[in-house]
Design a binder for this molecule. Sequence first.
Ligand code: ADP
Ligand code: MG
Ligand code: ZN
Length: 474
Amino acid sequence: MFEVVIGLEVHTQLNTNTKLFCSCPTSFNHKQNTNTCPTCLALPGALPVFNKEVLHKSIMLGTAIDATINKTSYFDRKSYFYPDSPSAYQITQLYTPVVEHGALKINFEDGSHKIIRINRAHIEADAGKNIHDGDISKVDLNRAGTPLLEIVSEPDMRSSEEVVLYLKKLHSIVRYLDISDANMQEGSFRVDVNVSIRPKGDEKLYTRVEIKNINSFKFIQKAIEVEVARQVEAWEDGVYDEEIFQETRLFDQVKQETRSMRGKEEAADYRYFPEPDLLKVVVTDEMMEEFSDIPELPDEKMARFIKDYGMNDYNASVVTSSLEMAHFFESMMEKGITAKNALTWLTVELQARLKGELNISNSPVDAKKLGFLVSRIEDKTISGKAAKEVLDYLMQNDVDVDSVIDTLGLKQVSDTGAIDAMIDEILVANPEKVEQYKGGKDKLFGFFVGQVMKASKGSANPQAVNELLKAKLG
Ligand code: ADP
Ligand code: MG
Ligand code: ZN
């Protein structure tokens, strides 16, 4: 009966070396208030100077989402008072942002897809941080003036599932472009979710509620569910107009509810006006050409993996879901192994062993080592089962693959001479079975294979055993 309508505002912190309008470093994990200067402290008379690297990264994003790049854009001032912003205003781009009218494709598991329109991406300055410490509150301005790119979608999403697909896609694009660390926990990829409901079939937009700063995909999904339930209930109880109004709410993870954060907001409070201290931003043709040169994106990489490695859609989407994973896979492939084995050993065997703090980026076994291990299965030096033991060992010890194979005595015997000798011994020890086999009891073949494997303590290459046995038994 109801339809859910969702639009997202994502603040990505751009990973430039210096801040948006001054030359302070952007790394704010330093001692409090050390990465500051008269400009980002908003001391009287200090003037902002626009960081060109921010324009570069914004245009990269705009190119990736097929957006219009405005050749001329402007900065505006958004006035508000809060202790973490010493200027009492934020410099942003309201009227003419650098990037407009983009789109992002989300892919569903069943193979279908949907286009989510992106209204705009604009540049703005981040605020500092308030730190509440017992009875007192402190302000750390290391983050003040850090560049943000706010990416605003149209209200095109219809479920929390679509929201998560959109966010994962946007996140991977930002990472592929390497324009942001996009770390949700550390706040370099912050999501505001705008949610409303409407009777199915109704075209008009109803009142939206904004839920701010939820720092994981799981909580975003949950926050949407509980907020939609609240709005539906208000509608069904006939109190929609009184209870649902445009406001900012917070998601309480413990109580699993959304809660009012500030009262009704009037947009007029912000007293937006064109920023008088900065020039307009002009993108020259040369800049346009240079800045729109972007690396391969997730969708393109996925298409290439399907084509080059013969992967199915699902496997290709798994390995291209993050740049780290895709690099890992391709680096394994440099060892000349098959895509199928590379995929299994990366996504099944290695992933299962990456627990706790470990992930693909800090894996004790890197792509070259894992690729080489797989090549040792493919050249029949060891069996797949033995390779698992080797991998276990390598997770704990920084040594090379071949030395582990030696240490653990896992080398497969492919040397036909050695296997030959074992077979002869077994055939001599079992003359009546040999007679029966030659008399037509084919099933006994398995018995002989088993005996050879046993004699070699599992190290004989089964294929070699099969071939040699067949030859000997005629
Ligand atoms: P403002 O300028 O007040 O921030 P915007 O029009 O820029 O508002 O919208 C902010 C975000 O809210 C956008 O992502 C937009 O898609 C979304 N949005 C707008 N109206 C609705 C609605 N009725 N329901 C859900 N989301 C909405
Ligand atoms: Mg907004
Ligand atoms: Zn500064």
